[in-house]
Design a protein around this ligand. Structure first.
Ligand SMILES: Cc1cc2nc3c(=O)[nH]c(=O)nc-3n(C[C@H](O)[C@H](O)[C@H](O)COP(=O)(O)OP(=O)(O)OC[C@H]3O[C@@H](n4cnc5c(N)ncnc54)[C@H](O)[C@@H]3O)c2cc1C
Length: 358
């Protein structure tokens, strides 16, 4: 039966959920304020397998999320859309000692037994690295995983909205008060704003905001089109896009609430650190500074599903620093849940009831 569904929040979760619900024939209204959106601010790395986090609940979701991109890309391509927002050139992880690099190499091999998308794993010496990317001055060897990818959050969202527009889909660029909405179902994909959305119902949400900033720089004459993403063991990552464009990010600022002001001091520090790896950065200006707000739970695990105490209201939040990896899959799972379909994974460990209380 065709349902009228409101999706609040047009980041990765809301836009993917809206796309799959609209594609399945439902009437979808996507409301998005857009201010501070994490997804549009992010240029993200899709490489959960090289994380040292041992939290199995988090890992299973993000690893499934990374794999789900193959389905989503083919769904968009079959509708005639270009999926250049996703580039799969591999990822390189660096560690501060050989021992730590050995440890992550072993973990990656174990994870590959189930998560085959990780692809080829190989150690690269400093010489191998500078042969591949002559502009770089990496300080140590690295582990390369060929399945790693990067994604431009803004381009991805724009593509999803265009594709959804083929169906019964309406986009409304406004902030809504959900107490005034009348729909068959409501999806709250509002990221860090979930506490304020549920406060009128007397519900408390274990989610806090974190500020994230990044910038890009265009380095002339660099053939970066096939370069892998670099993940040093520090706050910064170096993400090569096409035609010499590099994105350097991102900050993780915990005491700034929903502040969206670019902080040049912090950005300059990140630039100086990245210049040790990419010396030409020193001579370039920062372009396209993006600031967004991530959402974290107190145990750093995302949640999604039905909102306790409210009927026909669904949500997802707390995606933290890996939401570009897990968010599309979470949006898809929500769309299946709303349609009462059998889900491809057990979602009970991600139940919102642990995080949303009276
Ligand atoms: C700088 C930066 C770098 C990142 N890098 C990576 C990375 O490398 N890899 C990775 O996997 N993840 C990364 N992330 C994390 C990832 O971007 C987020 O976890 C993810 O995008 C969160 O998606 P979301 O849909 O839950 O929320 P959001 O994208 O924040 O979307 C929520 C939307 O809801 C809207 N909204 C809120 N309330 C209302 C209302 N009442 N009415 C209407 N609209 C409303 C907001 O305005 C916003 O547009 C990064 C994030 C940042 C900020």
């Amino acid at each position: 039966m065709k349902k009228r569904i409101a999706v609040i929040g047009g980041g990765i979760v809301g836009s993917t959920c809206a796309f799959y619900l609209a594609k399945a024939g439902h009437n979808i209204t996507l409301f998005d304020d857009g201010t501070g959106q994490a997804t549009k601010a992010a240029a993200g790395i899709i490489s959960p397998w090289l994380s040292q986090r041992r939290n199995k609940v988090w890992y299973r979701l993000t690893a499934n999320g990374a794999s789900f991109y193959q389905t989503l890309l083919s769904d968009l391509q079959s509708l005639g859309y270009n999926t250049d927002f996703y580039q799969q050139n591999g990822t390189l992880v660096f560690k501060k000692s050989d021992k730590l690099l050995d440890k992550i190499t072993n973990l990656a091999h174990q994870r590959r037994e189930i998560d085959t998308l990780i692809g080829d794993l190989k150690r690269m010496s400093v010489d191998d690295l500078t042969t591949l990317m002559p502009e770089l001055t990496p300080p140590s060897p690295a582990l390369f995983a060929s399945g790693g990818a990067l994604i431009d959050g803004k381009d991805f969202i724009d593509t999803l909205h265009q594709a959804s527009s083929q169906f019964d889909f309406h986009f409304v660029n406004t902030k809504v008060d959900i107490t005034s909405l009348e729909f068959d179902a409501i999806v709250l994909a509002v990221g860090a704003w979930l506490p304020e959305c549920l406060a009128p119902f007397g519900l408390k949400v274990d989610v806090r905001a974190q500020k994230g900033q990044l910038f890009s720089a265009c380095l002339s004459n660099q053939q970066t089109d096939n370069y892998p993403v670099l993940m040093p063991q520090s706050e910064i990552d170096l993400l090569p896009f096409k035609n010499g464009k590099w994105v350097i990010g991102a900050t993780h600022e915990n005491d700034m609430g929903f502040d969206l002001t670019p902080d040049l001091t912090v950005l300059e520090q990140m630039k100086a650190e990245a210049s040790h790896w990419l010396p030409e950065l020193d001579r370039c200006d920062m372009e396209d500074i993006r600031v967004g707000t991530r959402a974290y739970t107190s145990d750093y695990t995302p949640f999604f599903g039905s909102v306790p105490y409210l009927e026909n209201v669904y949500t997802a939040s707390g995606l933290g620093a890996s939401g570009l990896t897990s968010g599309a899959y979470i949006g898809y799972l929500l769309s299946e849940l709303i349609q009462e379909k059998e889900l491809p994974m057990d979602i009970t460990p991600y139940s919102p009831s642990k995080y949303i209380t009276k």
